[in-house]
Design a protein around this ligand. Structure first.
Ligand SMILES: [Zn+2]
Length: 107
């Protein structure tokens, strides 16, 4: 199976254009852990149960909440390319709930 690769500019995960066409300025991209679960980035509220803790090793991933493709930040930053690391189900289950919790925090 061929690896899908998203467009990215200048080794910067915030410039990813997902394979599905989504970008930060459209549906947004979410920082996630190595399971694709959105992480809690800190702030004034305590961490919602749905969100994962910030990884201690700073090994972050970028989740497209539209299609569930996940990109590994360190690969993007090192290589300037954005191969799809894996995919998760964003329509149901714990990751869908975590995405909802993420948006609740940031709105
Ligand atoms: Zn996508």
């Amino acid at each position: 199976m061929d690896t899908e690769t998203a467009d990215v500019i200048g080794h910067d995960v915030t410039t990813i254009t997902c394979v599905c066409g989504n970008t930060v300025s459209q549906a947004g991209l979410i920082q996630a852990n190595s399971q694709g679960v959105p992480v809690y980035a800190g702030g004034s509220t305590s961490r919602p149960a749905e969100l994962a803790e910030w990884p201690a090793d700073e090994d972050l991933y970028t989740l497209c909440p539209t299609c569930g493709r996940v990109y590994r930040d360190s690969i993007v930053e090192e290589t300037g390319t954005a191969p799809v690391a894996f995919r998760v189900d964003v329509t149901a289950g714990p990751i869908a709930e975590a995405i909802q919790a993420h948006w609740n925090l940031s709105t």
